[in-house]
Design a protein around this ligand. Structure first.
Ligand SMILES: Nc1ncnc2c1ncn2[C@@H]1O[C@H](COP(=O)(O)OP(=O)(O)OP(=O)(O)O)[C@@H](O)[C@H]1O
Length: 226
């Protein structure tokens, strides 16, 4: 079997609360193979966002490891960490985090330009990816000129345009009306054919049902649900 895309070993994260230490994650184990799609569910406050931040190298564990494409993220300096994120990860949040002063195509091109692609080539690849998410008719629209569902499709295109090894999604339909949420779910489903691994944090059983595995955060650890 190939080296896993993403691994957690005995992953722990605690926060200080006055003079108390509160253990939010307490020994998370995870192994994700290329192309594998998983949902992470759990009660409010169970640590889902905390885990996602650690997986994305946005936060450091108190103990244990996150290994992305054979690199222990805690061992990397900030420059190398940014490079790892740009090369290997895509992020989709509940709120799209698109840059308001740039149009859809420029937003999607941004991670390619940051990664060293020439602007013209990046814009071409961005237009192709926007077509893949059904947004070819909105290339020149700025985020404020798009509906919530359209913005989220642009955000998904931005996450996927670099062909990352792993896409981290935090409640990707959480802020959408039911119709737009259904469209985004259909898109995530269609993208299931891609070779990227997906980690999707969700409260939505419909999304979880479309993943290969569902894991639940209980008492700071991941348990297999289905
Ligand atoms: N920076 C922080 N400092 C102190 N405590 C924190 C910090 N971030 C999160 N926590 C605490 O850690 C616990 C887990 O928070 P987290 O946001 O990871 O949960 P979640 O499962 O994503 O919740 P939700 O589903 O409500 O978004 C909560 O009790 C929260 O108050």
């Amino acid at each position: 079997m190939n080296e896993p895309v993403l691994q957690c070993h005995s992953l722990c994260r605690s926060y200080r609360d006055g003079d108390r230490s509160v253990e939010v994650l307490n020994g998370v184990e995870l192994e994700l193979q290329a192309g594998e799609k998983i949902a992470i569910v759990g009660a409010s406050g169970s640590g889902k966002s905390t885990l996602l931040n650690l997986l994305g190298g946005l936060d450091k564990p108190t103990r244990g490891q996150v290994v992305l494409c054979s690199e222990d993220l805690a061992q990397l300096d900030e420059a190398k960490l940014c490079q790892m994120r740009n090369r290997h990860l895509g992020f989709v949040y509940q709120f799209h985090h698109l840059l308001p002063e740039f149009d859809a195509r420029e937003n999607v091109a941004m991670p390619l330009i940051i990664g060293g692609h020439a602007r013209r080539e990046a814009l071409g690849l961005a237009a192709d990816m926007l077509a893949n998410v059904g947004m070819q008719h909105r290339l020149d629209h700025r985020p404020a000129q798009l509906s919530g569902g359209e913005r989220q499709r642009v955000a998904i295109a931005r996450a996927l345009v670099t062909e990352p090894d792993c896409v981290l999604m935090d409640e990707p339909t959480g802020n959408l009306d039911p119709h737009s949420a259904a469209q985004v779910l259909a898109l995530i489903d269609a993208l299931g054919e891609l070779s990227s691994a997906f980690v999707v944090v969700t409260h939505d059983p419909a999304i979880a049902a479309h993943m290969h595995r569902t894991l639940e955060l209980v008492d700071g650890r991941l348990e297999l649900r289905s």
